[in-house]
Design a binder for this molecule. Structure first.
Ligand SMILES: CC(C)(COP(=O)(O)OP(=O)(O)OC[C@H]1O[C@@H](n2cnc3c(N)ncnc32)[C@H](O)[C@@H]1OP(=O)(O)O)[C@@H](O)C(=O)NCCC(=O)NCCSC(=O)C[C@H](O)C(=O)O
Length: 363
């Protein structure tokens, strides 16, 4: 009788057995196709608190009923970054579980402020475009528009477009040119020269707002007006990425991308180990920025890019540039647009994106 667990027999069995595939390759997506994702989870207060706690997002409106009520929320809503991760999480199995880099996201919109725990999600994506990658023949580049709905009412909660590199089933035939690899010496020399001259490109003065209210951003932007100055500052906090942030947070939002939990597969990838989910990196940087502002509501994000891998042991810091501050007809708040950059302990940017939020005024 065959001993299937004999090591040679088992190795042969593994070699011959078909692997039941999960996820989709580049070839599986058709432009214009609509993909209805499996239902995903019911938003929970526990999940929201886990996400917000681990990413240092401590705005009490997402923790305490009395503060939520003061801010005009019916009950304590789930944190917007957790909502985003849950919408994206439900889409990963169909869109990006095969692996490949999360390159960026555009046009993130929060359609309903204050989404309550207990809301069941329905998530849908449309394949917006597909392109070959000229630098990486083993991958293609796919952009989807994803929308998360309240399953009970059909109301849109959040939407965005995101772009990933997605493995091809069959790598493109190439002449070997442009396959990536390490930077040549002359490229490295160029990089050094450009870094040396980069400081010269910065405005003469980098100004920080006095406080975190709308008026503080308006006043700092007014001060910078007409001068060689920008409103740009860094945040003191850092968060070292650990097993919880790398694997637990994405898995708790049903994100099955192997990059975050399968060290065996990732040992053969460019990072050599598991990497942080882009939305964890982003959420930590936004948490640092929000800790230095009086946020009333998240409005939108755009031009989000993931510049480099984050692995366990890396520390994520935040840098913010205030771009604009506008009066609104909303009582007690004005609208501010920022650019946020997450960077690691080597001062290398790992994420950047713009964000518009309603910022409370001084009473
Ligand atoms: C991904 C990188 C390794 C790429 O770096 P680099 O080698 O410098 O390449 P390029 O910048 O030239 O980009 C390669 C090609 O990709 C196209 N590209 C890049 N960004 C976009 C974009 N926003 N939209 C469309 N196309 C884009 C370029 O044009 C190039 O095309 P081509 O020349 O034809 O090949 C590096 O950036 C990197 O390491 N980034 C970090 C990635 C990361 O860590 N992401 C987060 C973790 S993974 C994750 O979160 C997965 C998630 O759970 C999920 O399921 O999605």
């Amino acid at each position: 009788m065959t001993d299937w667990t004999d090591s040679d027999t088992f190795a042969a069995a593994l070699n011959r057995a078909e692997t039941k595939q999960k996820g989709n390759c580049f070839e599986d997506f058709a432009e214009g196709e609509t993909i209805e994702h499996s239902p995903g989870l019911e938003l929970s207060r526990h999940g929201s608190e886990l996400w917000a706690g681990q990413t240092l997002n401590y705005d009490p409106a997402y923790w305490r009923p009395s503060v939520a009520e003061e801010r005009g929320f019916g009950e304590v809503p789930v944190h917007p970054d957790y909502l985003l991760a849950c919408v994206m999480g439900a889409s990963v199995e169909d869109l990006s579980e095969k692996g490949g880099y999360f390159l960026g996201r555009d046009d993130l919109r929060y359609h309903r402020p204050g989404v309550e725990p207990g809301t069941e999600l329905r998530v849908e994506s449309v394949v917006e475009s597909k392109a070959e990658s000229s630098s990486r023949p083993a991958y293609g580049i796919v952009t989807w528009e994803t929308t998360g709905y309240d399953a009970a009412t059909g109301e849109r909660l959040l939407s965005y477009t995101r772009t990933n590199m997605i493995p091809r089933r069959e790598p493109l035939a190439t002449d070997g040119a442009g396959e990536g690899g390490t930077a040549t010496e002359s490229e490295s020399a160029d990089a050094e020269a450009s870094s040396a001259s980069a400081d010269a490109d910065l405005p003469e003065e980098l100004l920080a707002p006095e406080g975190g209210h709308f008026e503080d951003f308006r006043e700092a932007l007014d001060r910078a007006e007409g001068r060689d100055a920008a409103v740009a500052y860094r945040h003191e906090r850092g968060r070292t990425v650990d097993d919880t942030t790398v694997a637990q947070l994405p898995l708790s939002t049903l994100n099955t991308a192997k990059q975050h939990h399968n060290g065996d597969v990732m040992a053969d990838s460019p990072s050599g180990e598991i990497v942080a989910y882009g939305d964890v990196t982003r959420s930590i940087a936004l948490g640092h920025a929000r800790s230095d502002e009086r946020t009333a509501r998240e409005v939108a994000c755009g031009d989000e890019r993931f510049h480099d891998f984050v692995t366990v042991g890396d520390t994520i810091y935040g840098f913010t540039r205030a771009l604009d501050a506008r009066e609104t007809d909303r009582d007690g708040a004005g609208e501010v647009t920022f650019e946020h950059v997450a960077f690691n302990q080597r001062d290398e940017p790992v994420y950047s994106g713009t964000r518009t939020a309603l910022i409370r005024k001084r009473n």
